[in-house]
Design a binder for this molecule. Structure first.
Ligand SMILES: [Zn+2]
Length: 199
């Protein structure tokens, strides 16, 4: 794309970009997590209540019974260590889910198994680079229902075959997930993680 073409593309899509930004800002936000007893934490589409469990080793997160999620850490564990433990927990969960489920979606869509990266993303649930056969999945998805994660997997895999959200794209997505709109709506209605949005 030349500079002029890029500029034109942005100008013609400006109202759409603004609308999307507003939608993003209007979504209910999760407040900053404090990592204290009784605080709500989401995992797998469910709300869990946090229990702090005293431990000497490095901070670790586990799921306990009765809708509890446990953070094992020492009394003097810094905030960053607690945050890191949650991220590691979410990352492991997502990676395992992807490892188990990606092959069947690739087969259904007749695409090669891509390289997958789970990472923090500010504005998207996923992204796809067909050239390098690489897909990025937002770490935040670990908090959402698994079917929503599958919707993002299917969506990004369809991009390996169809670049834009054209009628061809939607038709292909619908062959493997006829109810994709429902999962998309759920994703868009759930609170996003707290994020200092700079727009
Ligand atoms: Zn897309």
């Amino acid at each position: 794309m030349t500079d002029d073409n890029a500029r034109l593309a942005i100008v013609t899509r400006w109202s759409w970009i603004k609308k999307k930004q507003k939608e993003y800002l209007d979504q209910k936000r999760e407040t900053v997590r404090k990592y204290v007893d009784g605080e709500s934490h989401y995992f797998d589409g469910h709300r869990y209540l946090l229990s702090i469990v005293k431990a000497q080793r490095s901070a670790k997160v586990t799921i306990a019974g009765n809708g509890r999620i446990e953070l094992h850490c020492s009394d003097d564990a810094p905030y960053s260590a607690k945050q890191k433990a949650f991220d590691a927990f979410y990352r492991q969960h997502l990676n395992e889910f992807l490892r188990r489920n990606l092959p069947k979606w690739c087969k259904a869509l007749n695409v090669d198994l891509p390289e997958i990266r789970v990472q923090r993303m500010r504005t998207k649930w996923g992204s796809c680079n067909p050239k390098s056969n690489r897909i990025m999945i937002n770490l935040e998805l670990a908090k959402k229902p698994l079917r929503c994660v599958e919707y993002i997997i299917a969506h990004e895999l369809v991009h390996l075959r169809v670049r834009h959200h054209s009628s061809e794209f939607i038709a292909l997505l619908e062959t493997v997930m006829p109810d994709w709109r429902y999962h998309k709506d759920i994703l868009n209605s759930l609170p996003l993680a707290y994020d200092e949005w700079t727009y």
